[in-house]
Ligand binder design. Structure first.
Ligand code: AMP
Length: 474
């Protein structure tokens, strides 16, 4: 099948061919003709399937005829996060370069003067996160009564993020005679109920998820001591000759600490997390995409859904507490058939989370050694002294380690804490769990390495860790 068979205009076909796409993906082949006919669509598809172009391409053709009125957008696309909203806006810029459509973004964290001025004049396409849009619609700055096409994207993620009540209010503000395109990666009953309410006689399209990153990304894992993580990361960056990578941390405070540490060691690294203003996030990402710096240290919320073409490496500086986050993180590399590689740094405290990840991806992650570094000891074994090169941080002490554990316990998801067995049982279970292999040292660890040593507190260690604010998007 070719794009030319789908009923798109010559101008769009040209833009698609300029982008380098040869054939439509299954969701594009099925959805584009239906959208062009004006029918509602219920699409079960996730990111990576090409679903953004499946709705942006026909929308551009439909909207090519007609003019917007002041404060009355002609179409509305709802996205759960700022980054996804910005990516959809980029799609319009790429495919709509031969059209004169006005596109505005209404997302949290952006200085709105410019976007407000656009909306006041009239826009063809409004791309928004639900909270920010509702503020504008409720104080009369925006009228949704002129919406001809409504797109609700990533509906199941909206549900996870608690946005559904806002989405329902927004849909109630749009006219009943509209075309609605509704996409969700999964169809749990709540989502199905919403789809039934919002859509009229939709064409249902379900496409297989793209090959899981768990299959396409070459994954490995290094077991290290908590205090050696930064040194291990530097050694791995150097030994793998890494020019460009995302580096994920679990906590936003650690993102700053790690970024500064990498910069001090001569790496071109910058930070990206949900506490940064939206213009700063967008600018940082743009500069990363342009290759102005090679290492982007980030949180899940900032990097979720990000599509960075040809990213060769992802590092997980921390093991995520939720196994799905592992798959999201490694999925930033190895996209669109390219080779990708992920390396995770784990300590023996992570055994439980690692086991959950390996259960989810249904295979063990390859263990690798870090050049020039002793690997993590078995659970219960005192901290080992590892070689520290000149200029590296001094190792932290036992008290500091305990502090980290206390912080980590506080950081855990409360639901998880509630469902955890009592402590004694937890401990005995832990003893029964298979111990991580001591890579490089075999089973025999020389006695001199196991002696406890008197260590000082690292000056740059954060006093207390805060959980990354997962809901910082709206
Ligand atoms: P999406 O599922 O919309 O997030 O798209 C995932 C990736 O697939 C993006 O990098 C798109 O640029 C790319 N893509 C979309 N459509 C096609 C196509 N027909 N051929 C090749 N790549 C595509």
């Amino acid at each position: 099948m070719s794009f030319a068979e789908l009923g798109l205009s010559e101008a769009i076909l040209q833009a698609v061919s300029d982008t380098g796409y040869r054939h439509p993906t299954p969701i594009q082949a099925q959805a584009i003709p239906v959208v062009l006919q004006g029918r509602d669509v219920l699409g079960c598809a996730q990111t990576g399937t090409g679903k953004t172009a499946a709705f942006t391409l026909p929308m551009i053709d439909i909207l090519a005829a007609g003019q917007p009125k002041a404060r009355m957008p002609r179409s509305l696309i709802l996205e759960p996060t700022r980054e996804l909203a910005a990516q959809v806006a980029e799609n319009f810029a790429t495919y709509g370069k031969q059209h004169n459509l006005t596109v505005a973004l209404l997302i949290g964290g952006v200085r709105m003067e410019e976007q407000n001025a656009l909306i006041d004049r009239g826009v063809d396409v409004l791309i928004a996160t639900p909270g920010r849009l509702l503020d504008h619609a409720q104080n009369g700055k925006l009228l949704l009564t002129g919406i001809k096409i409504l797109v609700i994207d990533e509906a199941d993620r909206m549900l996870d993020m608690g946005f559904i009540p806002d989405v329902e209010k927004i849909v109630d503000l749009t006219p009943p005679l509209r075309q609605t395109l509704f996409f969700s990666a999964t169809m749990p009953p709540e989502i199905r109920r919403l789809a039934d309410r919002f859509l009229h006689n939709p064409k249902e399209i379900a496409v297989a998820p793209p090959a899981s990153p768990a299959e396409t990304v070459d994954q490995s894992l290094a077991l290290v001591h908590e205090r050696d993580k930064r040194q291990a990361l530097r050694a791995l960056l150097a030994s793998h000759n890494v020019s460009s990578a995302l580096i994920f941390c679990n906590r936003k405070k650690d993102i700053g600490v790690l970024t500064r540490s990498l910069q001090r060691h001569g790496f071109k690294a910058e930070a990206l997390h949900g506490d940064m203003s939206q213009p700063a996030r967008t600018e940082t990402l743009e500069r990363f995409r342009r290759g102005e710096f090679g290492l982007l240290v980030c949180s899940d919320v900032a990097a979720r859904g990000l599509d960075i073409q040809g990213l060769p490496f992802v590092f997980l500086f921390d093991v995520p507490m939720h196994p799905e986050d592992y798959v999201h993180r490694i999925g930033r590399t190895g996209r669109a058939g390219m080779v990708g590689r992920s390396i995770t740094l784990a300590t023996h405290d992570d055994a439980k989370f690692l086991a959950a990840i390996e259960r989810l991806i249904r295979k063990p992650i390859d263990r690798i050694a870090v050049p020039g570094l002793a690997n993590e000891a078995k659970p219960g074994v005192p901290a080992m002294a590892a070689p520290v090169p000149v200029g590296a941080e001094t190792p932290s002490g036992q008290d500091d380690r305990r502090g980290r554990r206390r912080g980590r316990r506080r950081d855990r998801d409360p639901r998880e804490r509630d469902s955890r067995p009592p402590r004694t049982e937890d401990r005995s279970r832990r003893n029964r769990e298979p111990e991580p292999a001591v890579v490089g040292l075999g089973d025999h660890v020389p006695a001199f390495l196991l002696k406890s040593i008197n260590l000082k507190k690292r000056p740059e260690e954060p006093e207390e860790k805060e959980p990354v604010d997962e809901m910082a998007d709206d």
